[in-house]
Design a protein around this ligand. Sequence first.
Ligand code: ATP
Ligand code: MG
Length: 400
Amino acid sequence: MEYSHILVRYGELALKGKNQKHFVTKLKQNVKKALYAFPDVSIKGKHDHMYILLNGEDASAVINVCKDIFGIQSCSLAMKVENEEETIKESALEALRREDGTTFKVTTKRPNKDFPKSSQEMNQIIGGHLLRNTEDWKVNVHQPDSEIRVEIRHDATYITANKIYGKGGLPVGSAGKTLLLLSGGIDSPVAGYLTMKRGVQLEAIHFHSPPFTSERAKQKVEDLAQTLTKFGGEIKLHVVPFTEVQQKIFKETPDAYGMTIMRRMMLRISEQIAEQHEILSLTTGESLGQVASQTMESMHVINEVTNYPILRPLVAMDKLDIMEISRQIDAYEISIRPYEDCCTIFVPKSPKTKPRKEKVHQFEDPIDFSQEIKRAIEGVETLTFDVTKVSQESMYEDLF
Ligand code: ATP
Ligand code: MG
């Protein structure tokens, strides 16, 4: 008997009461999309679990993709067998033989009450059969190396052994959309990833200042957006030509306030793009105290220009922890490519770490940026990235 199914468990998703149907439908769509490279699989979404029918596709490769889909708590390879005692016993034995370890436990569930034996009886019958037919395995009900789960349903009995943990979270697209300010750095892709984990779909915006920033710097951001699609299907990236705005700030405002004013311009433009695309929040990779623009005073002054909620999932995280996540999501190697960012080029040598609101207004208010902002928005180039273009290699390596 081969593993024919993958049993997918939802975790937190299962708690969502009336909205559950919406979450399950979203997850099912996301799983289907992520498994584009396995055309023969079919998916059955139930209210508390999902089955992926493999139909001959490679089980471990499919599980490896599922591990990265938000909303999935864990997956197990499953055998589907007839509701017949002898078959169930033999299949459970086969499942145990594929396991590593020396102790096991059998857990039977019997949603199908027409089955003539109780769950407890089945635990004993199967457990006894496993003990008689193996040499090294013993029972340990408290901390078994392997738990053989037998679920006797109406259509069939499902037998699962190993449990592979996924990333948890909520299905991307179940909690609206955000506009991620995506630089080429380490932090913002991680911020995007964590936001997606809470079910939020991403669009991204990047401020690009040619010829001061190169095509390769832009390529880096495109590669980061592409990498993030692995966790949530499609991502649109809006690339804003920012040179004119930056040059004007550089020329017409004092150096020490250049960075603060530039950030305010980024937020103003981001808000307009968000509005155009019916997106209800912005997300940044800011982390308190990390650089000059991320002090409490800076955030206060920069934030003044928008009423949009700004999600800052990294605000309380240490850089080392952020770097760790960046590595896990395969973004780190892209983020550390040594190409310049628009901020690093125009950033003054000593930006104000404690900018004052009245000073910002004194420098900014007399200058009319409206035409430059308008042209920047009109010049936006929108690129769409899709999970189907993620390299297969990066999706399937490190299997188990
Ligand atoms: P990151 O590693 O994400 O670049 P950082 O630690 O370098 O962050 P800053 O350069 O101050 O910090 O940027 C703070 C946030 O502002 C970034 O996380 C990102 O969300 C946004 N940001 C900075 N530069 C750009 C840019 N060129 N385009 C879009 N967003 C940007
Ligand atoms: Mg940066």
